[in-house]
Write a protein that binds this ligand. Sequence first.
Ligand code: ADP
Ligand code: MG
Ligand code: MG
Length: 246
Amino acid sequence: MLKIENLHAEVDGKKILNGLTLEVGAGEVHAIMGPNGAGKSTLAYTLGGRPGYEITEGSVTFDGQDLLDMEPHERAAAGLFLGFQYPVEIPGVSNVQFLREAANAQRKARGEEALTGGEFLKLAKEKAALLRMDMDMLKRPVNVGFSGGEKKRNEMVQMGILDPKFAILDETDSGLDIDALRTVGDGINSIMRDAGKGVLLITHYQRLLDYVKPDKVHILAKGRIVKTGGPELALELEREGYEEVV
Ligand code: ADP
Ligand code: MG
Ligand code: MG
């Protein structure tokens, strides 16, 4: 589903990804762990096509297509979803408006009919309930005044509505309390994992992986994957720290 080969990328002339190779098969969940500054978010941004991230070497294919050749909106239309470490606030645009625009833009790109207001609301209600998000939050401006945990749950609602083939989630667990962590974990399982979709889960901590069981765990350090293992690798890291394990 996602095949990254020898990826080198730089930002502002600073080399950050340094020969990263990684393959995630259809329906697999892989976790990427790594110390601060390792390049985890840079990988997510690079795969999302964020401007300013220059690829100097390597290739990425997504579902058989050359991902690096596609515009960000084309990547989304092809079924790639990115959840960010710091979700943006959009004052003046309600959550419902935003989600509906996003859903219909994606349907249009896929050659599907736009959702009617009623259809969209039904879908939004269903996904909000799944993430235990109050419907009132759907009427508020996107992420404005939301707590860290609410932003993350909102992002999962968005993921549920967009129904991607593959999600890259960057520190979706940061800033979540225990209950929110479980809710978000359940959301990832029901929207993605149990539906046979692939996920690349970027996280600092092992605890999210108690809820969302990864098929593989990779350690990213200094811009490349330095170690790969099963779920036990995350537990080992939690116990011993990166310096011991890498
Ligand atoms: P992680 O998500 O693993 O903590 P990042 O991908 O955010 O790491 O950052 C990797 C490295 O790249 C860090 O050393 C960071 O300071 C650097 N970096 C990130 N963005 C920029 C930028 N715009 N200009 C220069 N350096 C950057
Ligand atoms: Mg970080
Ligand atoms: Mg990061």
